[in-house]
Design a binder for this molecule. Sequence first.
Ligand SMILES: [Zn+2]
Length: 252
Amino acid sequence: MILRRVIKHFRNQEWTAIFLDFVIVVVGVFMGFQVQQWATNAGQRVSETNYLDRLHGEVVQLTQDRFRLIADVQENQSALTSVVAVLQNQTDRQTLTDTECEAIAESHIYSNPTADLPTIAELLSTGRFDALQAKDVRSAITQFNQSALSGGDVIDAVNRNILTLARVFPKLIQLETIRDEKIEVGIRTGAQCDAAAMKTNQGFMNTFVDNRDRYAHFAVFAVEPVTESLALLHDALDTELGIIHNEVVATP
Ligand SMILES: [Zn+2]
């Protein structure tokens, strides 16, 4: 119809009308593209919200999964600090508690709390990560990935050539199996320590200080940065998705 009108305007040499026809066509095409673009953007936005929703669920689950492991790391850190006080004569106490002795026996064990978030891996592998509109979430994901990666490097480093104190010094630490129905496997490892003999054995003291130093690096440089960046990612997701938690998500 517009074509017929344009031909008529040309025949009659109505230049103002021809110009107006031209403007109508251009504006029409522009509006068509714009509407299509809005529809595409709206579709992408819905898809992004679905991804962020899924990621939020994984972040909440991971925070809860890490809770027990992180609490163990903090307990071991605290016990190893009080062991130092006893073995280096910084306190009047001459013996070690069961918790302190078990912390020495386990000072070579780094229970690496998982840091896997499958949605992040999917966003990266499908190239959708760069297209994320939520800038704060994008930078929080980058920070989380970096801390998880460098945390893995720290764990590799502290594990190199580490010694199991109970194997190297069996006269100073005796391990035993203790039945414990409260835990899933039903048994746990107990330990007996000879604090007086430990103090006078320089080989033991050197190895213990080395293990204790590695454990501190593990806690401070491998575990804590991941915990902090996970909390930041959670905050960014809550803000982006408008989520308000009635209960605080468990953090140690
Ligand atoms: Zn949340």
